[in-house]
Design a binder for this molecule. Sequence first.
Ligand code: GTP
Ligand code: MG
Ligand code: ZN
Length: 220
Amino acid sequence: MSENRIKIVEKILDANDRLANSNRQRFNEVGVYSINLMASPGAGKTSFILKTIEGLMADGVQIGVIEGDTAPVTIDSDKINAAGMPAIQINTGGECHLDAVMLENAIDQMDLSPLDLVIVENVGNLICPAAFALGTHSNVLVASIPEGDDKPYKYPNIYRGLDVLIINKTDLLPYIDFNMDYFRQGVEMLNPGLTTFAVSCKTGEGMDPWLEWLKGRISK
Ligand SMILES: Nc1nc2c(ncn2[C@@H]2O[C@H](COP(=O)(O)OP(=O)(O)OP(=O)(O)O)[C@@H](O)[C@H]2O)c(=O)[nH]1
Ligand SMILES: [Mg+2]
Ligand SMILES: [Zn+2]
């Protein structure tokens, strides 16, 4: 990259960081815990949000969801609404990640005051979402068994910035060559001691420890 190009990219990221801080402040002012949920396409982000909503429903936790997609569709936000929670759909207009401006626009449209938790479903992509802070309290990645056990080695940047890792689709382990030790070693190298939950959104197995972790973060 040329020196000029590096300077322009740095300026964009600085501006993004400033807005991310202001987003964080807005969440803090109303006592809302917020999550940036990342994953490759189809890893199970929406399924995981739906299972989380289901798991916290009995505790009366109010969850707002912001859905990022590259196309003008409402497929994921319709599912959240059908589960009884408010959702805002962001169409990135082809961009392959969300940034702090897009999140700011979404929270302008969302009444945060009745909410305890906001989950932002980022665009399905393992590369640039890692570079754009949104201002959320934690970065969570959903990795899934069919993607293969080598992903931490091939997409290291996203793993480095994580607060929590979800390993989804564990129900498929009997059918797919996935070496869990190899996968976990790769993660450990990039992000030692990372909080990790192995789950199946299909069967619900493994969701309880994640829900306990989350309840510990929500001020309710
Ligand atoms: N077997 C199995 N299938 C799952 C599991 N979780 C999700 N799926 C399936 O995986 C597919 C993709 O799930 P989604 O939740 O839409 O994934 P996503 O990451 O939100 O996808 P995009 O928003 O398009 O990036 C769907 O067919 C789900 O039913 C799981 O734990 N086990
Ligand atoms: Mg989705
Ligand atoms: Zn991108």
